[in-house]
Design a protein around this ligand. Structure first.
Ligand SMILES: [Zn+2]
Length: 194
């Protein structure tokens, strides 16, 4: 009996370790969240494609999904686009970035992927960071940060900072963000006030 109780308490503590950081602490959502300035490494081309990611995010909402969009760009050309389709498909792994990479990695060669940039409307979650690593992309540009986006939803951020994740797991990836965060946060404010 004691053994089972010990086992049970270990399982519970492991689960809370995994789920508590994702769930965050509920607070009241804010419609006025301060946006950070653009990452100095962002270019005008990056801003153009991040705006497209925001458009895809808004299109996702029209299909009943959460407002996230992503696109893959190679030498200035859009190779693929996708949005969050979790509600549409019932598949919790269908975030914008993971869905996009599932399609693109079947279609394009390693060479093309290694010279491509992924644009994401929001800072990718841990699952998508993993997919980005497996796809061996050279560059990732994201719009709004998770910390500020969470404030729109009244959640406290407890995730691992994206810079830290890639410094440890994929230091060769060029990471740029946030970019046009004010516009990116507006997408979420509009979603929550619908
Ligand atoms: Zn994700």
């Amino acid at each position: 009996m004691i053994k089972w109780l010990t086992f049970f308490s270990i399982v519970v503590s492991l689960l809370s370790f995994v789920f508590v950081p994702l769930a965050g602490t509920e607070m009241k959502g804010q419609t006025r969240v301060e946006a950070s300035p653009d990452d100095p490494a962002a270019t005008d081309v990056d801003r153009k494609f991040i705006r497209r990611a925001f458009e895809i995010a808004r299109e996702a909402v029209a299909k009943g999904n959460r407002p996230y969009g992503a696109l893959l760009v190679h030498e200035g050309k859009i190779l693929a686009e996708d949005s969050n389709t979790v509600n549409q498909t019932g598949d919790i792994t269908k975030h914008a970035e993971s869905g996009l990479l599932a399609l693109a990695t079947q279609k394009y060669s390693r060479d093309v992927l290694s010279q491509s940039t992924l644009y994401a409307s929001g800072e990718p979650c841990l699952m998508c960071r993993g997919a980005i690593n497996w796809a061996r992309l050279s560059r990732l540009v994201y719009g709004s940060s998770a910390s500020q986006t969470n404030k729109v939803y009244g959640r406290q951020s407890r995730g691992i900072p994206i810079k830290e994740t890639f410094e440890r797991t994929n230091p060769n990836l060029m990471l740029v963000g946030p970019v046009l965060e004010e516009e990116g946060l507006k997408v979420h404010v509009d979603f929550t006030s619908k």
